[in-house]
Design a protein around this ligand. Structure first.
Ligand code: NAD
Length: 496
């Protein structure tokens, strides 16, 4: 049984016939679950036009009414969180408990957006000059585009959509074509919550849809999350078309383990953060930097934990790690295992020979030790269940490894030495840092973003920086003078 997955434009499912479609798989069985319509230029125009028509009314909708829609959406999402988790697992493959975690973190962002009336308060300076008041207003941008990756099909759209609409913008969301159904579920719940037609539209597709949004003169801003080459392209193309762009890219996240760390806790964390969601997380730990002399003991503790991981269909409560998202991605990840062996890294656990179910896009957890920083398993973002251990002689050597890496999304240090941890938080050139926390995804009232090649643009996602990104500020200087105070004065106004 396959189904058709189509665009959501102006509050309803698109009724046209697509020129191109893409297959959507069940990664656990390898079967095609559905076909998703791919937008051409005509559908990009339709979606943007719907969002543009909805903008004047939504912009003028009171803060109270906007936040009430978000509160209702939050209630609906909470009541139906299990359904959304099942949709995620069915198309992405991650295990249900992990999908439920994704939905929980998504709801955090909706809750933050419910506070829009507080966030959108401007400043007011009475008597900035005698009888002159100055105040600021945060206004929406207009139609904004959100382009999201496959690995968090609900959470990443909800990093942006609630804050964008809370600020009074209207949205065209272009989710990943690999797992498009979660975004439609979200759009339908928003409609049920009372969001007017056209305020949030979902446009499916590939590069054609993305390019259409990047070049469209009516689209004022783009929030993008995906791999670094595409993030760079989106940033450069969008800004060259005069748009405000935040483009979050890929990662290679290092977990430094100092000699004084509790090695059992560190090994638990490395396995959880390395193989959760089959390593398909932008905040996954993909490199462990073991500072001498703990390397041998740490590698052996990690390997023994890997041996007891259950790989299987994400719908089964026993499974701890699901399949990869597509056959092509599984093959690409497996090719890195071969590349690591050829480059001379020590293959401690070979996921290619792990017991996995038949049919789907499977690869077991893999561990390499004695990885050098010139090997492709170190330099490239693999985005799969492959963990690399790099040995370092000292804290300074470990820090140098992390800081020399072109990515700067997340990092963690495991230690019981507060002074070393504080030094690390100060010296490391990475946007999100965990002190004995392996996946330091900031809560919804902070903002999420990496440094260096992990983010293009100057705004991080969600939280206060999200509100900043989705508004532009107007500063008003006002006075109500007595007519007797008139008179021509060609001098530059001074404050008195
Ligand atoms: P991707 O870059 O392949 O795709 C992301 C989006 O861009 C999708 O909507 C896709 O349709 C579109 N796209 C793909 N190729 C394109 C092209 N040539 N031109 C224009 N648009 C194109 O990423 P993915 O494989 O879906 O997701 C995994 C990547 O996302 C990883 O690199 C991961 O690290 C990254 N990611 C980063 C963060 C973060 O916050 N920094 C969060 C999640 C995922």
């Amino acid at each position: 049984m396959t189904r058709r997955i189509s665009h959501w434009i102006d509050g309803k499912s698109w009724g046209g016939v697509a020129d191109r479609t893409g297959e959507v798989f069940d990664p656990a069985t390898g079967e095609v679950r559905g076909y998703v319509d791919f937008a051409g230029d005509g559908q990009v125009d339709e979606a943007v036009a719907a969002a543009a028509r909805a903008f004047p009314g939504w912009r003028d909708t009171s803060l109270a009414a906007r936040s009430r829609v978000l509160f209702r959406f939050r209630e609906l999402l909470t009541a139906r969180r299990d359904e959304l988790a099942e949709i995620i697992t069915g198309e992405h493959g991650k295990v249900l408990s992990d999908a439920a975690g994704e939905v929980a973190r998504a709801i955090e962002n909706v809750e933050y957006a419910c506070g829009a009336p507080q966030m959108l308060k401007g400043g007011f300076s009475e008597n900035a000059s005698t009888g002159v008041d100055v105040f600021s207003i945060a206004q929406p941008l207009g139609v904004v585009g959100v382009i999201s990756p496959f690995n968090f099909p609900a959470m990443v759209p909800l990093w942006f959509v609630p804050n964008a609409i809370a600020c009074g913008n209207t949205v065209v969301l272009k989710p990943s074509e690999k797992d498009p159904s979660a975004s439609l579920f979200i759009a339908e719940l928003l409609a049920e919550a009372g969001l007017p037609d056209g305020v949030v539209n979902v446009l499916h597709g590939d590069k054609v849809a993305v390019d259409g949004l990047l070049a469209h003169p009516v689209v004022k801003a783009i929030s993008f999350v995906g791999s670094t080459p595409i993030a760079r392209y989106v940033y450069e193309t969008g800004t060259s078309h005069g748009k405000r762009v935040q483009a979050l890219g890929g990662a290679k996240n290092h977990m430094v383990v100092l000699p004084d760390a509790d090695l059992d806790l560190a090994a638990d964390a490395a396995v959880s953060a390395g193989f959760g969601s089959a390593g398909e997380r932008c905040m996954a730990v993909s490199v462990v930097v073991a500072v001498d002399p703990v390397g041998d003991e740490l590698v052996s503790k990690i390997a023994s934990r890997m041996g007891s991981l259950t790989v299987g269909d994400g719908r089964s409560p026993d499974s701890e790690m699901g399949p990869l998202v597509t056959a092509a991605h599984r093959d690409r990840v497996a090719s890195y295992v071969e590349a690591g062996v050829s480059a001379g890294a020590l293959l401690v656990v070979d996921g290619r020979s792990a017991p996995v179910p038949g049919g789907g896009f499977w690869l077991g957890p893999t561990l390499f030790d004695r990885v050098r920083t010139d090997m492709s398993i170190y330099t490239d973002e693999i985005f799969g269940p492959v963990l690399a251990v790099v040995r370092a002689g000292s804290y300074d050597d470990a820090l140098a490894v992390v800081n020399a890496n072109p990515y700067g999304n997340g990092t963690a240090i495991f230690t019981n030495d507060g002074r070393a941890a504080r030094r690390f938080q100060n010296e490391v050139e990475v946007g999100m840092v965990g002190l004995n926390v392996p996946i330091p995804v900031p809560v919804g009232y902070y903002s999420f973003g990496g440094w260096k090649d992990s983010l293009f643009g100057d705004s991080h996602a969600y939280g206060p920086e999200g509100f900043h990104f989705f508004t532009r500020t107007k500063v008003v200087t006002s006075r109500w003078p007595d007519p007797a105070q008139g008179g021509v004065n060609l001098g530059f106004p001074r404050n008195s």
